[in-house]
Write a protein that binds this ligand. Sequence first.
Ligand SMILES: Nc1ncnc2c1ncn2[C@@H]1O[C@H](COP(=O)(O)OP(=O)(O)OP(=O)(O)O)[C@@H](O)[C@H]1O
Ligand SMILES: [Mg+2]
Length: 460
Amino acid sequence: MARATILVIDDEPNILKTVRLNLEVEGYQVLVANSGANGLARLAESDVDIILLDVMMPGETGLEVLPKIRAAKPEVVVVMMSGNATIETAVQATKGGALDFVEKPLSGDKLLITVQNALKFKRLDREHERQRGRTKSDFAMVGKGAAMRAIFEKVGKTAPSTGRVLITGENGTGKELVARAIHEHSKRADGPFVKLNCAAIPSELIESELFGHEKGAFTGATQQRRGKFELADDGTLFLDEIGDMNASAQAKVLRVLQENELERVGGAETIKVDVRVVAATNKDLPAEIAAGRFREDLYYRLAVVPIEMPPLRGRREDIPSLAEHFLEQVCADNMRRPKKIVSGAMTLLMQHDWPGNVRELKNVVERLAILTGDADLITEGDVGDALPRVKAVKTEHVRGTPFKDLVAAAERDIIVAALEANDHHVSNTARELQLERSHLYKKMRALGIDHRADAADDGE
Ligand SMILES: Nc1ncnc2c1ncn2[C@@H]1O[C@H](COP(=O)(O)OP(=O)(O)OP(=O)(O)O)[C@@H](O)[C@H]1O
Ligand SMILES: [Mg+2]
């Protein structure tokens, strides 16, 4: 557990001194302030867990400072202290959002118990948030096919261990979902799940994101800040797109994995952390290692248990249950009657290649649910309209090839794909491409595309 930080706000220097001594001996980090205004300033520049706030102070009283603290950092737990407390002040303090009210003078024991209770409350509060978050986003994983069953089995075996996991797979295959499932089923489930997308952070900021920084560590570091490793203490840190992490950050992450300790950027203090790292990437890390872009030693540390997510086109048997799952969700979210996908439409969904994998399927199902309005059924026609029928065409420049030949190649690819999608029915293909049928025939002849004699067509 990283050290909890406690801010004591009191105008009596003696109190500040004894409280600080008592708490520092127990391993807490203690900040002090001799007025409400100074206290708010300390709060703004540091990560504080608990505030001990005196009621009677010259200038602003504790009761006047309390709402400002709540407004600035609602997650901080406040305990009020007073030498001559009345019930009335205590009630007022609790109404203002203070957790507890203790009477001065505080004996060492009483002080410790108060702080421990406040920390326990903070953890429960965090757990509560987490539970709420979970029901909202719903991490349930769907998939009955052999490939997904094997994944579930691996997650079940891996989660309770402390082993680091590296999840690979194409975009949208469910890597993040697996990372969350591992956390949820681990002994750390009560601790935080913290995510960092390494590709989304500019490389000059990644170390401060990972390890935190001290005030003044670099231009713009106006406050002390905890990094993701510290925030994930006792929990799981999900390093997404780890293949995009720069060399310097890779070296530092390796050290944390080896020693379980770190320093904030610009900081001298060594901080112990207990974090399980789960990483994910859609890059081929062995190839990145060969190209000198990824550290081999870090790879072996991360990939204690490798999990490879299969692409959706490799497990088409999961498509119906996934589609029904997403449809149910989107109808419920939009307060619509439940809808059904007719079997022909489901077949079309199962035939599609889904280059964007489960995420793409989810998007298409959501689009279908919305575009079909009040209808109870989703039909072949609906799915046909929603799916991109024409395959992606290579349109790149090929050196030495004239423009007209490149355009012809692209046209040929488009027409062949469109014909295939329409069972070589020329009239339907022409309609879909919004071309005159005669014009399409002319193009086909010019481009040397066979009109298959066996194909269904409308005569002529
Ligand atoms: N087996 C599954 N059951 C239900 N939903 C799933 C499943 N797999 C993926 N999803 C959903 O598909 C979407 C994409 O999943 P996720 O974000 O986990 O993929 P990813 O592999 O991390 O993608 P990327 O590489 O693009 O970050 C999410 O909305 C997720 O909830
Ligand atoms: Mg992801």
